[in-house]
Design a binder for this molecule. Structure first.
Ligand code: HGY
Ligand code: MN
Ligand code: MN
Length: 407
């Protein structure tokens, strides 16, 4: 299994070179480098006898239906999805998302001429991070029918057509009734497994998250002639609010809140800023805590703006509830980890994943691999070969436990 694990890592690292930004890894929704990723994975999947397609949301889909070694092998009547995302954040690492897709294909190869009575479908989702349009989970939402028309009629539809696909076909991407389970392998993207010295973690739930844009509109003016008490400085207002964001999250156990992007107009040294757009990404395992914190930060922004004569606008871009993984499937995954001889650690994911979109519709389970240095969304993101081999071993055991279980 170690050789296959080495090939998985080498494949992820090669795919990381398919990028919009030479010298770093940036691959957004249906960008040109995504064509290269599709081609590379299609070659591998077709060599394994998988039937490969790209659905209208740009998801790459490979199905293993038949089994060469069993001539009278009837087509499996139950389908297991093994999936994750192919897009990345800007200046990303080589494993976030893509590792889960490549591991799915490697599992099909590891099965070789074995014939579990399960159809395996490996899916590489087209968009999970939400970088290009500020809206995440476009690929997986197509499977559960929550891609709204406003989104499709916006730039998303244009990008789909530019990729050679037809948005009118998106309904054909929906989950099929024979789907009995969803399994997502993913790097932990945090320090917990490394701190324990464990290769793998079993996800119990994925924290809920809200993503918003706050716009602070003041008055641009001359930096040299405008007295301090006569200013409506948008940067000063946003900066005061961002301090509140950090303070609230620092004082609320389990809450994380981030302003990851900020833009300024007119953005000149000698001009008082007239407008600031600041994003907010806020997450917590409990929805009521996240929502209460978001309300408190909205009130803080309103109070700061009123005092400073600034106009505030707030645009919600994502309001994703926390999602628990399926207890039965997670139990099988736990059994598979135990049978493979690895320690068990149950974990809540602070990062969002496609599994949270699929889980309300299909029993879903997630297996984390250790993130050395706890680093992710960064070029230093990595995995350990032995952990990848462990994930493959667990994946094979999980497939047979699922086949045997009455789901
Ligand atoms: O941002 C996240 O939670 C994930 O990396 N998409
Ligand atoms: Mn990510
Ligand atoms: Mn991810």
């Amino acid at each position: 299994m170690k050789t296959l694990a080495e090939r998985v890592i080498a494949c992820c690292r090669e795919l990381a070179t398919f990028t919009e930004e030479p010298g770093s890894t940036t691959r957004t929704f249906l960008s040109l480098p995504m064509q290269d990723v599709h081609h590379a994975l299609r070659v591998w999947m077709e060599r394994l006898g998988m039937r490969v397609s790209v659905d209208a949301a740009g998801n790459l889909r490979g199905i293993r239906r038949l089994c060469a070694s069993r001539k009278n092998y009837r087509q499996a009547s139950r389908r297991l999805l093994i999936a994750s995302h192919l897009d990345t954040v800007p200046n990303a690492g080589a494993f976030d998302g893509i590792l889960g897709v490549v591991l799915g294909i490697a599992l099909v190869e590891a099965l070789a001429d074995q014939c579990p009575d399960l159809m395996l479908e490996v899916i590489g989702f087209s968009e999970e991070e939400g970088v290009k349009f500020g809206v995440p989970f476009i690929g997986s939402r197509a499977l559960v029918g929550t891609l709204d028309h406003a989104l499709i009629n916006s730039g998303v539809g244009h990008a789909i057509r530019a990729f050679g696909l037809d948005p009118a076909d998106i309904p054909k991407a929906r989950l099929t009734p024979d789907t009995i389970g969803y399994l997502e392998f993913h790097i932990e993207q945090g320090p917990v497994l490394e701190s324990l010295g464990f290769p793998l973690g079993i996800v119990d739930a994925i924290a809920g998250q809200s993503r918003l844009m706050f716009t602070f509109t003041g008055a641009a003016n001359h930096a040299g002639t405008t007295p301090m008490n006569l200013r409506r400085d948008a940067i000063a207002a946003a900066a005061e609010w961002i301090g509140c964001v950090e303070a609230l999250a620092g004082n609320t156990p389990g809450l994380v809140a981030t302003t990851g992007s900020i833009s300024v107009e007119p953005n000149a040294t000698n001009v008082i800023a007239g407008l600031v757009r600041a994003t907010l990404d806020i997450r917590h395992p409990l929805d009521e805590t996240r929502e209460a914190a978001l309300n408190q930060l909205t009130t803080s922004a309103e109070q700061i703006c009123q005092r400073r004569g600034i106009t505030l606008a707030r645009e919600q871009r994502l309001n994703q509830a926390a999602v628990s993984m399926n207890p039965h499937l997670t139990g099988l995954l736990t059994q598979a980890v135990t049978d493979a001889g690895f320690p068990i650690h149950r974990i809540i994911s602070g990062a969002g994943h496609d599994a949270m979109i699929i889980a309300p519709h299909v029993p879903a389970a997630m297996l984390f691999l250790r993130s050395p240095g706890g680093v992710s969304h960064h070029p230093d993101e990595s995995v350990i070969t032995e952990d990848v081999a462990a994930a493959l071993e667990v994946g094979l055991k999980f497939i047979y436990l699922l086949e045997a279980a009455h789901v």
